[in-house]
Design a protein around this ligand. Structure first.
Ligand code: ITT
Length: 199
């Protein structure tokens, strides 16, 4: 069976990617499972650049077709922050997801609501022959000052989907995996993977 390496160290992302792509006729591998341990500096200036840096580095290290995700939350009232810095957005060393949510809310305090925001995701697929393909997705909503829900990860408990009246963390995994920024990007990646598998 063909093997596809999922190059992420974020367990929340990993389980979403596995759930969304799990039906494809290939084996989804993790870096841990094949003993690949590398640190990639996310020095790019866009989600696509960072996704490509991660996908290419793990592809080279493993010699396997590799999928990487770079994503982030952009808040209008903060001129697009935390954006590319979403995973590291806190003045605290070793901050948790909860610390990052608290820091974001502290910056928004006093600013007029609604605090419009969007999640963005770029998926990069790197092949051992050097090719790299991309797909993007986004999901719009607003940040709310109180946490709601216990599913998902990261900023999900403070990201409201106004049409549904619930936060991303109040959705079931199945619901989030139908409408999230990552779901959209992975839907767009699916035909690229099918072409690789069929070719
Ligand atoms: P890898 O680079 O190992 O994949 P990471 O968490 O460092 O993991 P990113 O650099 O792409 O990944 O940072 C994305 C951050 O954006 C993530 O850590 C969350 O804080 C936030 N984020 C992305 N997608 C999210 C989602 O679906 N729900 C909540 N927060 C999300």
């Amino acid at each position: 069976m063909p093997e596809l390496l999922i190059a992420t160290s974020n367990p929340g992302k990993l389980s979403e990617i596995q759930a969304i792509l799990g039906d494809l006729p290939c084996q989804l591998l993790t870096p841990d499972a094949i003993g690949v341990q590398i640190e990639v500096d996310e020095t790019g200036h866009s989600y696509a650049e960072n996704a490509a840096l991660k996908a290419r580095a793990f592809c080279q290290a493993s010699n396997r077709v590799t999928l990487a995700d770079d994503s982030g939350l952009e808040v209008e009232a903060l001129d697009g922050l935390p954006g590319l810095r979403s995973a590291r957005f806190s003045p605290l060393p070793n901050a948790s997801d909860a610390d990052r949510r608290g820091y974001l809310l502290s910056l928004l305090k006093g600013k007029p609501r609604p605090w419009k925001a969007r999640f963005r995701c770029t998926i990069a697929l790197a092949y051992p022959d050097g090719r790299c393909q991309f797909a993007e997705g986004e999901c719009t909503g607003e940040i709310i000052p109180e946490e709601r829900g216990s599913h998902g990860f990261g900023y999900d408990p403070i990201f409201l989907l106004p049409e549904l009246g619930c936060t991303m963390a109040e959705l079931t995994d199945q619901q989030k995996n139908r409408l999230s920024h990552r779901a959209m990007a992975l839907q767009a990646v699916r035909p690229l993977l099918e072409a690789w598998l069929g070719g």
